[in-house]
Design a protein around this ligand. Structure first.
Ligand code: P71
Length: 458
């Protein structure tokens, strides 16, 4: 029997949630064009759409909000954040941004020219879209183990470094302005990247003079997995593991909405002085003066404090065990998930959940809809809606290897009973899985279509 970890906190503030009937939800969904992004949060019972910006902040963070210094230039909170970012990442320079994708936009605007390629283990949707928006090619070079949803391996987020080297030689280093690693790998199940792989990826890129950046939103969860799964690091403090991860890179983009436990915020950190100057120019045009980015002083303080809390080992042990509990319970009930579970989410394995729906009929999206109608549970599709694309040469639709529905777990928000309720919803739905029908688009924009697309049942 799966074991739920005891919370390393107690609850001081609560927010009521409300259950609706299945009939009400079916109507709400129809009006939302079968897209859960268009459903009001108040009409959701357990909201597992994302772990991004949905954390419960601590009393220390809220106290920090009251210590916000709203000066335009040089507010004290910037310096508190600077100390945290520099201590944890070791990068010489950093700028705050309002969230992760703003850091990506600024970085790629300063580095990527049309026609150039940006290799990664796997881009998430916003990094992919920000590379495309600069006329670049986002390239995924994940090691094969990461594409097998049933294989148990400790570091399924690893880059295939041999393929990376071959890719650099074919493409020419002059056409690769930077390479990246997403830690943990969100598009591939929240799987961690090993320390050896981070080091090897950095070495392969640096051999050809290519800068290496981490997409670091979930760097603390990745560091904790290294501690759990690599015997060489079993006794190493997580802060030290994190510092070593960053030491192989030239910079990072960070959505603080994940492992820094805040509702808004991010940053871009880097060593290169000349690039930093270009970044500041771009930042001032798009986000704001370099001591606040797109944030208020109070937000900067919450990030500074949240960065430290996100590295607390008692918290991380609980966090990883909490996610593991949901995964273990689903496996006990026979519900197919991607294994082993990631740090921030459990991913339903849609190809095994709904084998009767072909990818052309968007089975992941159909499953998010069915989960909502069944129990008011909101997950997100990470499959054909998010990642299918047209082949430039043939014009044919290329479907992603992994078809997933992610149940992302907000930090410090849901109790064991909430997770048990989610398990019950998934189990009941799995028993009636043949009744679930596919979907087709009635509207789809070109970039990041999952946020605003609309659908109808086939
Ligand atoms: C997540 C998100 C946010 C999101 C995306 C799609 C649907 C719903 C919510 C954001 C990430 C991320 C990685 C690895 C950069 C960003 C952008 N993830 N890299 O997982 O996971 O950060 O949202 O702060 O702009 O739900 P940003």
């Amino acid at each position: 029997m799966a074991k739920f970890p005891v919370e390393p906190f107690k609850i001081k503030v609560v927010e009521p949630i409300r259950q609706t009937s299945a009939e009400e939800r079916a109507e709400i969904l129809r009006r939302a064009g079968y897209n859960l992004f268009a459903v009001r949060a108040e009409d959701v019972y357990v909201d597992l759409l994302t772990d991004s910006g949905t954390s419960a902040m601590s009393d220390r963070q809220w106290a920090g909000v009251m210590r916000g210094d709203e000066a335009y230039a040089g507010c004290r909170n910037f310096f508190n954040l600077e100390e945290a970012v520099q201590t944890i990442t070791g990068f010489r320079h950093f700028v705050p941004t309002h969230q992760g994708r703003a850091a990506e936009n600024v970085l790629f605007t300063c580095t990527v020219a049309p026609g150039q390629s940006v290799p990664s283990n796997m881009h998430f949707d916003t990094t992919q879209a920000n590379v495309l928006a600069r006329g670049g090619h986002p390239v995924n070079l994940i090691a094969l183990a990461g594409l097998d949803p049933t294989l148990h391996a400790p570091f399924k987020g690893d880059m295939d470094v041999a393929r990376l080297e071959a890719f650099i030689q074919e493409t020419g280093p002059e056409n690769i302005p930077l390479g990246m690693l997403t830690v943990t790998n969100n598009s591939g199940g929240g799987q961690p990247v090993s320390m050896a792989n981070i080091r090897a990826t950095g070495e392969a890129l640096h051999k050809y003079g290519i800068p290496f950046f981490l997409d670091a939103c979930r760097y603390a969860e990745n560091a904790y997995f290294i501690k759990l799964r690599d015997p060489d690091y079993a006794e190493t403090p997580v802060l030290e593991i994190a510092r070593e991860m960053f030491s192989y890179a030239d910079g990072c983009t960070m959505s603080a909405k994940k492992d820094a436990l805040v509702n808004i915020g991010g940053f871009l950190a880097l060593h290169d002085e000349a690039l930093y100057q270009r970044v500041c120019q771009e930042l001032i045009i798009r986000e704001g003066f370099p001591t606040y980015g797109g944030l208020a002083g109070r937000d900067l303080e919450a990030v500074a404090r949240g960065l430290w809390e996100g590295l607390d080992e008692g918290y991380l042990a609980y966090r990883i065990a909490h996610t593991r509990y949901l995964a273990d319970r689903l496996v006990e009930e026979g519900v197919p998930i991607l294994e082993p579970p990631g740090g921030h989410a459990v991913y339903l394995n849609v190809k095994r959940f709904l084998p009767h729906i072909p990818q052309s009929e968007l089975p992941g999206q159909a499953l998010t809809c069915a989960l909502y109608v069944e129990g008011g549970v909101r997950g997100v599709e990470i499959g054909s809606v998010m990642f299918a694309h047209e082949d430039a040469a043939t014009g044919e639709t290329v479907y992603p290897d992994l078809e997933l529905v992610r149940l992302a777990i907000p930090r410090r928000v849901y109790t064991q009973a909430h997770l048990d309720y989610v398990v019950e919803t998934c189990r009941t739905l799995y028993e009636r899985r043949e009744e679930i029908l596919g979907l087709r688009y009635t509207y789809a924009p070109r970039l990041l279509r999952h946020f605003t697309a609309r659908f109808e049942p086939v």
